[in-house]
Design a protein around this ligand. Sequence first.
Ligand code: HEM
Length: 216
Amino acid sequence: MTIVTATPISTLLRDGTATAHSQAENTSFMSALGSGNLTRQDAVNLTAQYYFIYTALEQAARRGCSADPEGVTTSRIADPRLERVPALGRDLAAMIGPDWREQISPLPATRQYVATLEHIPDADAPALIAHHYVRYLGDIAGGQVIARVLAGHYGFTADELNFYDFSAIGKIPPYRKQYKDTLDSLPFDEVERASLLSNARQAFTLNSRVFIELAG
Ligand code: HEM
């Protein structure tokens, strides 16, 4: 008898996006940011683009939760404690000033990312979860390294770095494990697993395009 065991979803996502992750990490903007070779203004510009991206991402996640009232898919992943929009507002006010909202605008690549998020149907759990995974798991992993560089190399203060502060979720390693355990228990069939992976790859590409425009 042959027992066919499907690859856990968390492994599928991590391994299936490894190339896309290293492409995003190695864009000239991200690698220069991480090594302290950009200006403060570059980091402010990134934070501004995140404001538009997370506004759309968090609206999409909330729509997804409303479409999953039984808590079977999106509601199990989209933890409101992860939401970044209030933190981004505080960071931008500290970085730019009280009129920050009038001072920032989305790049074309950001508009494309936002439009993609806005067009995800409420019940498309694989797409919503893929986008959620790419941003939030990245933020609670590599994002913590970036936060240290922003403080150390660029002199950002804690009131400008709320975006990277995930104390609301408690300790990161157990949270990350629990997030991955939840991914692994999602009731997705083969078609949904394939959709999850292709949406996650697309999410990385959308991020990389924003970084490429930020460098230009
Ligand atoms: C300078 C840029 C970056 C660095 C240094 C970096 C570093 C890392 C590291 C060290 C991990 C592994 C953490 C662990 O498992 O303990 C990680 C995971 C991750 N990163 Fe990044 N990263 C960067 C950029 C990005 C970007 C731009 C994104 C998304 C747009 C991203 C998304 C992710 C995701 C989704 C994971 C979780 C992988 C998994 O275990 O499933 N990262 N990153």
